[in-house]
Write a protein that binds this ligand. Structure first.
Ligand SMILES: *Cc1c(COP(=O)(O)O)cnc(C)c1O
Length: 717
């Protein structure tokens, strides 16, 4: 691309080189690879630091902000040009890498990829089309599929108003509002045909033909397609199907799911794709099986043969034991939404309804998407070992006569995309530790094992690293609180600059405010917690964040309670609630907190992933032994609340868990954190951080997880 002199910055860049770089930057901004590449992010941040901040780290929007003339001029700055060049070279090297894991282990999936269907994907804070952990997992799955070079396409919907934004009103009540997403300012592009026209597909919903477009999102080497029913020839009702993530009532929901499942397969065919396996990420996507059956019926297969052939192509991951997480539709609604489609399937509706029923003979039983997914897949899995046990019991009814242990639902424990969950300073820290390349080793046991050796990384270095991350979090929280305008008063003046104390043990809790996650549990021992917070020698403090589902008033009451405490109780200034939890807030919190608190009502947290994000940042888990932590905790690498059991009685469970939480906090966590040597270093605490990094990081990542899916499900028949 450039010659030697240019690299040294001695001669001006030619017009052709500038054009090439500008083109490169536009390509880079439109591939989400930059969201997990530090040097690429730095380029966009440097182009306009203020736009980078104000536009919420949106690379496409930053490029729109910087004019052609400015870009042209600034690229004549040799340092900036060198950074751009390095980022583009790394990007191209990534895209063109031939020796990937999949090239060796899964070459068959290159031509016939995995098609991964999910109602939500969380890639980045600027594309808010995820509601929570399920979507974040789908996003991380895709990023690792790309890193591994796996043949992989994703399917979801383009919700043009995304997931709701959260604001807290003067009654401390969550108010939901929506903003329109602008595709022009997002890393997405319309899917076009050979003539440059938008590809339009159709799907039967209700009594109508519904048209839809598609958008392409590039995630490294992988592509995710977003279906969009906002087509001028559709009735408004259908145009608004893709308005909001899980928006509307069950009628909207079933129609969204027809679009996702059936429409998704139609789009793949329109693009000439023949996936070798369809991965149903949660039951929302299960209608895709109906389209696969339709295709086979059209080729003349009997219904039974079509179903059997469909089963051979599908695998299913179930994500929650919570009842509300399993869509159920009444026979009337099914009739309304699927009547026309059923005709095309050449399957009588009763037979179709039977596919979603535990007892096919029961005409009143609602149609359950999880049941359909289980009946239409050759393999199914839960997302942690305990969740596997729970799911086998839950769905034993579908396998009468089989003991629960033999119900064919296995488990693949979730992970996170490690690089994507590390802030700049963390990436820099580990890159420097490893003498340059960190990307290549971030998921390996060998790298993290080196933490056992203080000569590789001293306690002092780790402690400085921890303080740096915590300082950044506290300043982030102060800034956000100021913007939120929550009047946090101390005496009679507002002091955002004195909010939170960098020396205090900082406990973070952020996730969806689903009631089973019991956000306010720790305040069951309120006066004791106040005493702990106010202990001048060993203070503790809390940072909360999270959204309640728009229709979940109980969850909103939890938020209200927590904000009320933060403003008006004795915990004032020791506790804050950060509004509008999203991936950016999550990244700040899992980096800067000392303790990541997780106290769900066991066994309802199928896996949980936010605690895994704490790992590479040196934040420690304090958690109920549910989901992933039941597997991850080994007695040396964090803190457990309670043991590997739970009472059946919920009141008893809540009481016992609150008590255990308080006990572990006061007897283990606080003494350990404040036990300092003559140099002020908490040696024992840092030893636990080392153990957490060694044992958790190489295991609870999506690189390991996607390899497991590939070996056990995508490739195996
Ligand atoms: C990681 C993450 C979640 C999932 O958190 P859990 O503790 O597993 O429920 C939800 N929302 C956001 C924004 C996240 O980053």
């Amino acid at each position: 691309m450039a010659n030697k002199e240019n690299r040294n910055g001695n001669t001006p860049l030619s017009a052709a080189e500038i054009t090439e770089m500008k083109r490169g930057l536009n390509r880079l901004a439109r591939n989400l690879w930059w969201t997990w590449n530090q040097s690429a992010q730095e380029v966009f941040a440097e182009l306009s630091p203020r736009a980078w901040q104000n536009l919420y780290h949106n690379a496409v929007a930053v490029l729109h902000e910087v004019s052609d003339a400015e870009l042209q001029a600034r690229l004549q700055n040799p340092e900036l040009a060198a950074k751009v060049r390095a980022a583009l070279e790394a990007f191209d090297a990534y895209l063109n890498e031939k020796q990937t894991w999949a090239a060796e282990h899964a070459p068959a999936l290159q031509r016939n990829p995995v098609a991964y269907f999910s109602a939500e994907f969380g890639f980045h804070e600027t594309l808010p089309i995820a509601a929570g952990g399920l979507g974040i997992l789908a996003g991380d799955h895709t990023k690792s599929a790309s890193d591994l070079g796996l043949g992989f396409v994703g399917i979801t919907l383009f919700y043009r108003e995304g997931y709701f934004q959260q604001e807290i009103n003067s009654d401390n009540w969550q108010v939901d509002y929506y903003t329109q997403l602008n595709p022009r300012n997002l890393p997405m592009e319309p899917v076009l045909d050979a003539r440059g026209e938008r590809v339009v597909c159709e799907v039967e919903i209700g009594m109508s033909q519904v048209f839809f477009y598609a958008w392409r999102v590039n995630v490294g080497r992988c592509t995710v397609y977003l279906l969009d029913s906002n087509h001028p020839e559709n009735e408004q009702l259908y145009r608004d199907l893709t308005l909001r993530v899980y928006g509307g009532d069950s009628t909207t929901r079933i129609m969204q799911e027809v679009l996702l499942g059936v429409g998704g397969v139609r789009l793949l065919r329109a693009l000439g794709l023949q996936p070798s396996v369809f991965h149903l990420n949660e039951g929302h996507a299960a209608f895709l099986a109906l389209e696969l059956i339709r295709e086979k019926r059209a080729q003349g297969k009997t219904f039974e043969a079509a179903l059997a052939a469909t089963r051979a192509e599908c695998i299913f991951t179930t994500h929650t034991p919570v009842e509300a997480g399993h869509d159920r539709f009444t026979p009337d609604l099914m009739h309304y939404a699927l009547h026309k489609l059923a005709t095309r399937l050449k399957v009588p509706l009763p037979e179709l309804l039977a596919l979603g029923r535990v007892n096919p003979a029961d005409q009143t039983e609602p149609f359950c998407m999880t049941v359909l997914a289980l009946k239409a897949s050759r393999a199914a899995n839960a997302v942690s070992e305990l969740h596997g046990q729970v799911s086998r019991q839950m769905w034993n009814c579908l396998f009468p006569g089989l003991p629960a242990e033999q119900v064919p639902i296995g488990h693949v424990t979730n992970g996170i995309h490690l690089l994507g969950w590390m802030k700049g300073p963390a990436r820099q820290f580990w890159t420097k530790k490893n003498g340059g390349n960190f990307e290549g080793v971030a998921n390996t046991p060998e790298f993290w094992q080196r933490l056992a050796d203080p000569a590789f990384c001293s306690d002092e270095e780790l402690w400085a690293f921890r303080y740096q991350l915590k300082r950044e979090l506290i300043e982030f929280a102060r800034r956000r609180l100021l913007l939120q305008g929550q009047r946090v008063t101390k005496g009679d003046y507002i002091t955002f600059d004195h909010l939170l104390n960098p020396d205090a043990l900082t406990i973070g809790f952020a996730r969806r405010f689903a009631t089973y996650k019991r956000a306010p549990l720790i305040f069951d021992h309120f006066s004791d917690i106040v005493a702990l917070a106010k202990d001048k020698g060993r203070p503790i403090q809390f940072i909360f964040a999270g959204k309640a589902h728009p229709r979940d008033d109980e969850g909103k009451r939890y938020i209200q309670k927590i904000i009320h405490l933060s403003k008006f109780s004795e915990l004032q200034s020791h506790m804050v609630f950060i509004e509008n939890y999203d991936m950016h807030v999550a990244r700040q919190m899992v980096s800067g907190c000392d303790i990541w608190l997780n106290n769900p009502r066991r066994p309802l947290e199928a896996s949980g992933t936010s605690g895994m994000k704490a790992g590479p940042n040196g934040c420690l888990n304090l958690s109920i032994l549910d989901g992933w932590w039941r597997e991850g905790y080994d007695g040396t690498n964090g803190f457990a609340i309670g043991d590997d059991s739970h009472p059946d009685n919920i009141e008893e469970q809540d009481r016992r868990d609150a008590e255990n939480l308080y006990r572990v906090l006061t007897e283990e966590v606080i003494p350990c954190f404040f036990e300092r040597d003559e140099r002020g270093i908490p040696r024992r605490w840092i030893q636990i951080i080392r153990r957490a990094m060694i044992t958790l990081n190489p295991q609870y990542n999506t690189s390991r997880m996607v390899q497991e899916y590939a070996r056990r499900f995508y490739l195996a028949r």
